[in-house]
Design a protein around this ligand. Structure first.
Ligand SMILES: CC(=O)N[C@H]1[C@@H](OP(=O)(O)OP(=O)(O)OC[C@H]2O[C@@H](n3ccc(=O)[nH]c3=O)[C@H](O)[C@@H]2O)O[C@H](CO)[C@@H](O)[C@@H]1O
Ligand SMILES: C=C(OP(=O)(O)O)C(=O)O
Length: 437
């Protein structure tokens, strides 16, 4: 696997791009195949490192996997090898991504036991699992935490888990997915308040309803689940990846490119287009496509009273933290100023150092807040050599490099490949000068 991109920036791009299936949805949906011994067919699977690794892990624990094509896969979880889950190989492999944590809910529901090795994913600050574990406990499960290797063992009570009321301490995305999957086969009624309700979760709940689950309140922060005895097979198609779509909107603006994002699933994007419009980026919705014209300049709006705009993250239907790094990089060439406030994660803004090296005007106020003073294209960013610290910072640096004068080299691009399918090929198709080293 190669580990760097070489980019010669400053070129405008043009053309059409089709978003991949959603990564974070895929991680939930692929975990949910463990809920039934019957066949589950999944379409629009993104061909990316994290998802491929999760599919491989399912195969390792005994699930029958038939990859019909890169985008379609059939699963049948009729036998599970629990012993394998204690092996160092399993612990190591599942520690390479975040999604593996979501095997626990369905395994607890169906088999009454589960193990969670320390999950991987981006190193963007503390990422605790308390919400997951407390939710399982409320359903009656007991857990042992082995601090030495950060490993949770979970066990359902004799007679199985029982539905209950719970108020989550925060609307954790993977936590809610895990708890809902654990509750669909618990006895009686489970009510989850302060549930996360991202489109990923709405899709997961709808899939489980097709499998026979009884879930009300989908799309809200109050889910009511009537336990059923078992779930059956189904077919599921992933939505377009809203984070990729936001990344492409940012890319178009920053590189003065005319881009059409095809089949964007606009009704599922929530507040995302509006946040980019607040940066002054023009876009048109044409059917389900988003057309972004080439723009010489885009001007950041102020609040109604004239004060400086703040863009911050918030659980859905607020603005996703996964697009703040993109908004930040796009703001560096806008006209005007904006305060970026990353509330959820503690170490997601440190990559601004590299943008400052490239010539951007940013003041990192503290680990959560960065003030960006847009250059309005008066000064171009300059290409440099840099390393991608996490998936979204990686793509932000890639966007910066594509807009910059001269050559940039981005190392550690596994971070980008984790979540963006064939990104170099797809960017080359739009006219970008990008090479995988
Ligand atoms: C595989 C996957 O789906 N990953 C996503 C998932 O991660 P993940 O499910 O791991 O993230 P969580 O929703 O659990 O929370 C992320 C962080 O935000 C903090 N927090 C969360 C909620 C809140 O109201 N306040 C708050 O401060 C948590 O303490 C935690 O540190 O959701 C994150 C938040 O949208 C996204 O960045 C990740 O891309
Ligand atoms: C933080 C992210 O991913 P993960 O939770 O898999 O680290 C992300 O998708 O932006």
């Amino acid at each position: 696997m190669s580990s760097a991109f070489e980019v010669r920036g400053g070129k405008s791009l043009s053309g059409e791009i089709i978003p991949q299936g959603a990564k974070n949805e895929a991680l939930q949906i692929i975990s949910a195949v463990l809920l039934t011994p019957e066949k589950v067919t999944i379409n629009n699977i993104p061909d990316i490192l994290d998802v491929n690794l999760l599919i491989e892990l399912l195969g390792d624990i005994g699930v029958k996997v038939n990859r019909v094509s890169r985008a379609v896969c059939e699963f049948q979880a009729d036998a599970i090898d629990f012993d394998y889950m204690h092996t160092p190989e399993f612990k190591k492999k599942s520690g390479r991504l975040r999604g593996s944590v979501m095997f626990a809910g369905p395994l607890l529901a169906r088999f009454g036991k589960a193990y969670i090795p320390k999950p991987g994913g981006d190193k963007i600050g503390r990422r605790r699992l308390d919400t997951h574990i407390i939710g399982f406990q409320k359903l009656g499960a007991e857990f042992v935490y082995e601090a030495d290797d950060n490993y949770f063992r979970l066990e359902a009570p004799a007679g199985g888990m029982k539905g209950t009321y719970m108020l989550l301490d925060e609307p954790s995305v993977t936590g809610t997915a895990n708890i809902v999957m654990a509750a669909v086969m618990a006895e009686g009624t489970t009510t989850i308040y302060n549930a996360a309700c991202e489109p990923y979760l709405q899709q997961l709940c709808k899939m489980m309803v097709r499998m026979g689950a009884k879930i009300e309140g989908i799309g809200s922060n109050l889910l009511t689940i009537q336990g059923v005895e078992k779930l059956g097979g189904c077919e599921h198609t992933m939505l377009p990846d809203m984070i990729e779509i936001g990344s492409f909107i940012g890319l178009a603006a920053m590189t003065q490119s005319e881009i059409t994002i095809k089949n964007a699933g606009i009704q599922h994007l929530g507040i995302i287009p509006e946040k980019f419009q607040q940066l002054g980026i023009k876009m048109e919705f044409r059917g389900d496509d988003i057309y972004i014209p080439a723009q010489d300049s885009y001007e950041i709006q102020t609040f109604i009273d004239g004060s400086i705009l703040t863009i911050s993250d918030h659980p859905w239907p607020g603005f996703t933290p996964d697009l703040l790094s993109i908004v930040l990089v796009v703001a560096t060439q806008a006209k005007g100023s904006v305060l970026i406030h990353q509330k959820m994660f503690e170490s997601r803004l440190f990559f601004v150092d590299k943008l400052i090296d490239m010539g951007a005007q940013i003041i990192l106020c503290d680990p959560h807040r960065a003030a960006v003073i847009g250059l309005n294209r008066q000064h171009k960013l300059k290409g440099i050599t840099m390393t991608s610290p996490d998936i979204r910072a990686g793509v932000s640096l890639l966007i910066a490099a594509l807009s910059a004068e001269g050559k940039s080299t981005i190392h550690n691009i596994d971070q980008i490949d984790r979540g963006y399918q064939y990104i170099d090929e797809r960017l080359r198709a739009l006219g970008a000068d990008i090479k995988r080293l």
